[in-house]
Design a protein around this ligand. Structure first.
Ligand code: GDP
Length: 691
């Protein structure tokens, strides 16, 4: 028959994983008693080890769900805290410390917690039992204990002593049974005494006649009876502390000699139950009976629960199977797939364009600094009468000034750190694209995976950064000394830079009209601008009268005015240069000193093209090759099951989906086990009937 209990306890353990619902559980034995009634001593005698927290400061603050698993044929005894992932603890003192820590972690202000601690003990010396130890009832509230403590403990116990659980009510023999808090509590929920076992401890403290009278109590008769025990191990003499391994043996020996010395009162003829061994047997028997009685109701409840889970799975998730691993694998595949697409879309031409755009900006800056800051007269075609300046439009290799300007400009361009700039631009673009891919992927709801992917990308890019930027810098080195531009390159540069200038012109105009809006209209802006013009010529003074600012304009307005004048002049110059670039003069490569815009554009193009050759080999191809591998490393097979689970559950939708499936699977498993158990039980009954 014992096999049944073991199986039922197994099922009970699985049910604990399914959920908290009280209908979905098989009964257990709930141990209640006042503080110091000897509750811990009884439990430890049953287990054969000292393992419960000890101390004066109310050490049991949480229920302990204690599962005992009999392991015949194995010499080992050990405990496990399944929820904490603590396995195979062979040192019972360490189990005791863990229990103490877990209990003391409940803050004093809360007194007790309803959150159970699960502990399983495996041993060849324990019976298969499922016990729940609860905080002891307290009689008087201690100094540092809140007033509601008594109330809270009693509420917690009430929750557990409900049917179909069996109540193990512990009372000490030296306290009047009428005052036993445990028996009073159990009487409230089990008035007919049908599922309570009375345990009377400290039988050694009362004389035998009185002891026997207690065990025969008629005030609160119990169908399952009273058992008297002496569960304190006698102090051994000598230096050696008694080994805890034979705790039960010591206690039993002590009990035997005690009870047999009062055989009149406690002997076989006396009709009372005494001894820890008797108690153990009774517990096993009662638990098995209670469990098999509730087998039917529990399996009905499970079936109903399973129907609900199945319905939810069908309606909400379309019966779509899912596991944390398959979810991760699919998400990873999808990401790699879209990455593959990216590799086809982002190659040399795209890199070149990116880089060229960046260099275009640098070229504009250089032009502004070296050419467009000149008085307009320098840039205009030579005036027929005042033909004395080395004006740009007729600059040639003889005009030293303009030659130096162009040399300095192209030198600044080639020496601006093209290697670093190019590598940064491309690396940033790659990183941005990966981020976009991520946002569109199912990883977007997974902070953990998201950062793993971003790290995978930045690790590769960082590793390649310095060597790439050095390589690129090296290969553009020749341009630092000389830039040879060919006809075709010149023509392309001319075309390209005209577009850039047009765009720049547009931008100036957009900025101007934005300014108009901020100052409150075109007319207003014109007024301020003409004031700024006059002030520059010295016609008016910019010093204000202290109240309204110069010319009646506020300082803020004046600064807008100056900005507008700058933009207007910039636009004038660009218009002028645009005309020059389009003129016949600039169509000819020989006039490069007159057309710095075209020359610098062509130079920038050469830099970009050369840089891209190396960027492609050193950075892009490397990245394209390594990234999927790096992803596998970080999110692939060597992630632990717990990590995979954690990852999948980051997404609330996936979590619910997985939970429904898990619940369904567990319920199916339990139901299957219960069915076979019921069959086993039937066979057993038949066997007993025929024998
Ligand atoms: P708990 O507070 O209900 O868990 O009680 P304990 O098991 O810690 O026991 C309280 C005190 O009673 C301890 O000092 C035990 O040694 C003592 N005690 C427990 N059982 C017996 C017993 O059967 N006889 C005697 N004389 N003392 C006992």
């Amino acid at each position: 028959m014992m096999l049944l209990t073991k199986k039922m306890i197994e099922i009970r353990t699985i049910l604990q994983k399914v959920g908290q619902s009280s209908t979905l559980t098989l009964p257990s034995i709930v141990v209640i008693g006042s503080q110091s009634s000897g509750k811990s001593s009884v439990l430890e005698a049953i287990v054969g080890h000292e393992f419960l927290p000890k101390g004066s400061n109310m050490v049991t603050r949480r229920p302990i769900e204690l599962t005992l698993v009999n392991t015949p044929g194995s010499a080992e005894e050990y405990g496990e805290f399944p929820e904490l992932g603590l396995k195979h603890i062979t040192d019972f003192a360490s189990i005791q410390r863990t229990l103490t820590d877990l209990n003391l972690a409940v803050p004093d202000s809360e007194c007790v917690s309803h959150e159970p601690i699960q502990l399983t003990v495996y041993s060849p010396n324990v019976p298969d039992l499922s016990l729940i130890d609860l905080p002891g009832y307290i009689q008087v509230v201690g100094q540092n204990q809140p007033l509601q403590l008594k109330q809270k403990i009693s509420e917690l116990c009430d929750k557990y002593i409900q049917a179909p659980n069996v109540i193990l009510a512990i009372s000490a023999a030296d306290v009047d049974l009428a005052n036993s808090t445990a028996l009073r509590a159990s009487r409230r929920v089990d008035p007919r005494g049908e599922r309570t076992i009375g345990v009377i401890t400290k039988m050694d403290l009362v004389d035998a006649v009185r002891g026997a009278a207690i065990l025969n109590d008629k005030q609160y008769p119990l169908r399952l009876g009273y058992v008297g025990v002496v569960s304190r191990a006698p102090h051994t003499q000598g230096l050696f502390k008694m080994g805890t391994a034979n705790l039960l043996a010591t206690i039993t020996k002590n009990e035997n000699s005690f009870f047999s010395s009062h055989s009149m009162e406690y002997g076989p003829e006396a009709g009372v139950s005494v001894g820890t061994t008797t108690l153990r047997k009774k517990l096993m028997h009662v638990l098995e009976q209670t469990m098999s009685l509730s087998l039917q109701t529990t399996s009905d409840a499970i079936r109903q629960e399973l129907e609900e889970a199945t319905y939810e799975f069908k309606v909400q998730y379309n019966d779509r199977p899912l596991s944390a691993e398959s979810y991760l694998a699919e998400s990873l595949d999808a990401l790699k797939h879209s990455f593959k697409q990216l590799t086809a879309e982002f190659g040399r031409p795209q890199m070149r364009e990116l880089l060229k755009n960046e260099l275009d900006q640098k070229v504009l800056d250089l032009l502004a600094a070296r050419y467009w800051n000149k008085p307009i007269t320098d840039l205009l075609p030579p005036h027929p009468e005042t033909d004395q300046l080395a004006d740009l439009p007729r600059a040639d290799s003889d005009s030293l000034y303009w030659r130096r300007q162009l040399d300095a400009s192209s030198s600044a361009l080639t020496k601006l750190g093209v290697g670093r700039l190019a590598t940064t631009v491309v690396a940033t673009a790659i990183q941005d694209s990966v981020e976009v891919l991520l946002d569109q992927s199912s990883f977007s709801n997974h902070p953990f995976a998201r950062s793993a992917v971003m790290e995978a990308a930045s690790t590769i890019l960082n590793e390649r950064f310095y060597s790439t930027s050095d390589q690129v810098e090296n290969c553009i080195k020749p341009y630092k000394f000389e830039i040879d531009v060919e006809e075709r390159e010149w023509a392309q540069g001319r075309q390209h830079v005209s577009n850039i200038l047009k765009k720049e012109l547009d931008d100036c105009e957009i900025a101007l009209s934005a300014l108009e809006t901020t100052v409150g209209g075109r007319r207003k802006l014109r007024e301020v601008m003409s004031f700024v013009d006059k002030a520059r010529k010295g016609d008016v003074t910019v010093e204000g009268d202290g109240r309204s600012g110069a010319g009646g304009f506020s300082a803020a307005l004046l600064s807008k005015g100056r900005e507008a004048v700058f933009l207007r002049e910039r636009a004038e110059i660009i218009k002028l240069r645009l005309m020059a670039v389009k003129s016949k003069q600039c169509a000819n490569l020989k006039n490069k000193y007159q057309c710095p815009e075209v020359f610098l554009d062509a130079a920038a193009s050469k830099l970009a093209s050369t840089a891209v050759l190396f960027l492609n080999v050193e950075l892009l191809s490397e990245f394209y090759y390594n990234f999927p591998r790096e992803l596998d490393l970080r999110l692939g097979k060597h992630l632990s099951d717990a990590d995979v689970e954690r990852f999948a559950k980051e997404d609330p939708k996936v979590r619910r989906h997985l939970e429904v499936i898990r619940r369904k699977e567990l319920l199916e498993l339990v139901l299957e086990k219960m069915e076979s158990l019921k069959q086993l039980e039937g066979l057993e009954r038949e066997r007993l009937a025929t024998s």
